[in-house]
Ligand binder design. Structure first.
Ligand code: PLP
Length: 396
């Protein structure tokens, strides 16, 4: 028998497994409950909160994709963050987390910390030496990584930080939402991977879902157990949609990566831009680490505009292709203003510490033809500077 690649197994997840009708794609099992085979003898599934055939197929596919032992599929990416924390931590445990992580993760860390459940300490993981020294002071039970970070695309050396975490006895968790297929955290020493499935994995902006993937069976079982206990598990219908999205993940990602590179090359010297944040640029401080641990640079980029918030607003008013919306990783190109959108839950001080300014725009580069994306960006960036340079008399 041919031993197919992991990617082929993901693309074909559940294909030709329907024994009742011979359906090629797996059917959606929406039933909330399942009959017992006989008195006292449950079948593989009994109740959809604890297990469901459609969701189980997706869990197996995501575990296969990341090279883990098993995945728990939950209702949202934040559900995945919460599930991993509650499953792995005891009261009073210390968690080291990136000072510039996703705003929703920051909020749950802050709020659980404020309630006194755990102790959360922000660390700048883009400075490997400094972060290692800080971890040795903190002795965390859990090290939380998110690389590239959101929205400034800072890079963490996952291998180096995981090694320090393990030396201190910590569990290392990586949020790999930005780089499925492109970055393989388990190969770099991480123990647990979290995804907002909402993003690239589903890829069509029509599902909100999360996943926690354990490298070991012990961790995978723990997350499944707590997922059921806390009632966080995802709906079968959403899982069915995500299975469909996964089948095109690789072709979508290839196009996202190509488009992002082409876009950055075309606009990086535009006069409206003060700074381009993109790990593919050789000038990016994390470029070499990104080359070492990623198979591409992702399709997220952020621009600091010369004219600050006014320019950001003008850009957003001028663009005809970038939808002003939160989220990322869908086929369509999006623009977000982190300070007032994705990271609005952070205090102004936390935003400042993370480098989030009012003139920063974050882009999720979609899979439309690159020439159209570039044409729209150029017109919108021109609009952002043109009015900026008008004298007040002319402008009003
Ligand atoms: C990196 C990252 N992690 C987690 C989340 C939370 O995911 P969800 O919105 O699916 O709850 C997001 C959402 O934007 C994210 O960008």
């Amino acid at each position: 028998m041919t031993e197919f690649s992991s990617l082929t197994r993901v693309i074909r997840a559940g294909i030709e497994t329907d024994t009742s009708q011979g359906a090629v794609v797996p059917p959606l099992y929406s039933s909330s409950n399942y009959t017992f085979a006989e008195f006292g003898v449950p079948r593989e599934f009994d109740y959809t909160r604890s297990g469901n055939p459609t969701r189980a197929l997706l869990g197996d596919a995501l575990a296969e994709l990341e090279g883990g032992a098993g995945a728990t599929i939950v209702a949202t990416g934040m559900g995945a963050v919460t599930l991993s924390l509650i499953s792995l931590l005891e009261p009073g445990d210390v968690v080291a987390y990136p000072h510039d992580c996703y705003g929703g993760s920051w909020r749950v860390f802050e709020q659980l910390g404020a309630k006194g459940h755990y102790v959360f300490e922000a660390v700048d993981f883009s400075d490997t030496e400094g972060a290692a020294a800080r971890l040795r002071e903190l002795h965390p039970k859990l090290v939380w990584l998110e690389t590239p970070s959101n929205p400034l695309l800072r890079i963490t050396d996952v291998e180096a930080i995981s090694a320090v975490g393990h030396e201190l006895g910590a569990v290392v968790v990586a949020d790999n939402t930005f780089l499925p297929l492109v970055q393989r955290p388990f190969d770099l020493g991480v123990d647990v991977i979290v995804h907002s499935v909402t993003k690239y994995l589903n890829g069509h902006s029509d599902v909100v879902q999360g996943a926690v993937i354990g490298k070991t069976q012990e961790h995978a079982d723990l997350f499944n157990w707590w997922g059921n206990v806390l009632g966080l598990t995802a709906s079968p219908a959403d899982s069915h949609l995500v299975l469909r999205g996964l089948r095109t993940l690789e072709v979508r990602i290839q196009r996202h990566l190509e488009n992002a590179l082409a876009v950055v090359e075309a606009i990086k010297d535009h006069p409206a831009i003060k700074h381009v944040y993109f790990p593919g640029l050789e000038s990016h401080p994390g470029h070499e680490i990104a080359v070492k641990q990623q198979n591409g640079f992702g399709a997220m980029l952020s621009l600091e505009l010369v004219g600050g918030e006014d320019s950001a607003r003008r850009f957003v008013e001028a663009t005809e292709l970038f939808s002003l919306a939160e989220s990322l990783g869908g086929t369509e190109s999006l623009v977000a203003h982190p300070a007032t959108m994705t990271h609005a839950s952070m205090t102004p001080e936390a935003q400042e510490a993370a480098g989030i300014t009012r003139g920063l725009l974050r882009f999720s580069i979609g899979i439309e033809p690159a020439a159209d994306i570039i044409a729209d960006l150029k017109v919108s960036l021109d609009a952002a500077v043109l009015e900026e340079s008008l004298s007040p008399a002319l402008g009003n």
